[in-house]
Write a protein that binds this ligand. Structure first.
Ligand SMILES: C[S@@+](CC[C@H](N)C(=O)[O-])C[C@H]1O[C@@H](n2cnc3c(N)ncnc32)[C@H](O)[C@@H]1O
Length: 286
């Protein structure tokens, strides 16, 4: 999605806040395209953000640990994974998290109700080779080193000192895909509290973009954000739904992007009708 989100940035270089960073895909793309002069990465998942600090500030040390863990698993992969997962749940050591991310099923994290990492290993694979991981870590480190501040905690605290010249990109946990507690995330996000936070951000005239659920074919996922927020709502194609493909159907997934009035003022009114699907060609008109 990053290539569809970057055209919504102002022309000048900005300070970018990504308060629901996860794997920070949009910050990586913005830095790789020279669109930012500073980045503030934040997530409620503390070990994940400590891993980001290691990637950015101690890449060679992290690479050496990954190589050691990867080699040590040899011949006893299943038990070794369980051992490292147990150690991670006690210590929250970010280097162990990297190993678990590389080895777990479909690279998809899962947490139980106590916040413990409980995803199983992918028994068909040994995890990315140390050389591959080293390449990715050094690439990300080069992009972020010297321009990035890493924080952890609630998104509202992370953007407390944001001002009207910054851009804030938010990709909060999805509401609609799973009912109840979502075990893909360390922490969920109540809808009403999120809407109140957006109202406050509008009062502060902040420039923000929100990725918020969407639909697959005619099926909507989650609530749409209220019109009282006065956000510009566009829909972008996210490709064919893998879930639907598994069920033998060919259904296009559409993601919702919401743009704040302050950002629309800076980039110009998007020449796209509200709630109309938008193609990549249309986005390049901004
Ligand atoms: C949809 S994911 C973000 C994915 C991200 N765009 C990427 O490139 O990987 C949502 C993230 O929000 C984090 N999160 C959940 N509640 C939060 C909160 N209240 N404040 C900050 N982060 C939160 C989760 O830990 C998760 O990493």
């Amino acid at each position: 999605m990053a290539q569809k989100i970057l055209p919504l940035f102002p022309k000048e270089k900005v300070r970018l806040f990504e308060p629901f960073a996860g794997s920070a895909a949009v910050s990586i793309a913005a830095a790789a395209n020279g669109m930012v002069n500073q980045i503030v990465l934040n997530d409620a998942n503390e070990p994940l953000m400590r891993l980001w600090s290691r990637i950015i500030n101690n890449p060679n040390d992290l690479i050496a640990t990954y190589k050691r863990l990867w080699n040590d698993q040899s011949g006893d992969e299943r038990q070794y994974y369980d051992h490292i997962r147990g150690e991670f749940n006690k210590s929250h050591d970010p280097d162990y998290l990297l190993y678990l991310l590389a080895r777990c099923v479909k690279a998809s994290v899962r947490y139980n109700a106590n916040g413990e990492f409980n995803q199983s290993p992918d028994n068909r694979r040994r995890g990315a080779k140390p050389e591959t991981v080293a390449k990715h870590i050094l690439g990300a480190s080069r992009l972020f080193h010297g321009i990035t501040v890493v924080r952890y905690g609630d998104f509202q605290k992370a953007i407390i000192n944001a001002n009207s010249t910054d851009v804030i990109y938010m990709d909060p946990p999805y509401q609609g895909v799973c009912g109840g507690r979502d075990n893909r995330y360390f922490e969920g996000l109540p809808f009403d509290g999120f809407v109140e936070a957006l109202e406050d951000m509008n009062r502060r005239r902040l420039s923000f973009i929100v990725s918020y659920d969407g639909r697959a074919g005619d099926k909507m996922y989650g609530n749409t954000l209220p019109s009282s927020l006065n956000l510009n709502h566009i829909e972008v194609s996210a490709g064919v739904s893998s879930q639907a493909t598994l069920l033998g159907r060919n259904v296009e997934t559409v993601e919702s992007l919401y743009i704040s009035p302050a950002l629309v003022k800076r980039i110009g009114e998007p020449r796209i009708m509200k709630s109309q699907p938008v193609t990549q060609a249309e986005l390049s008109l901004f």
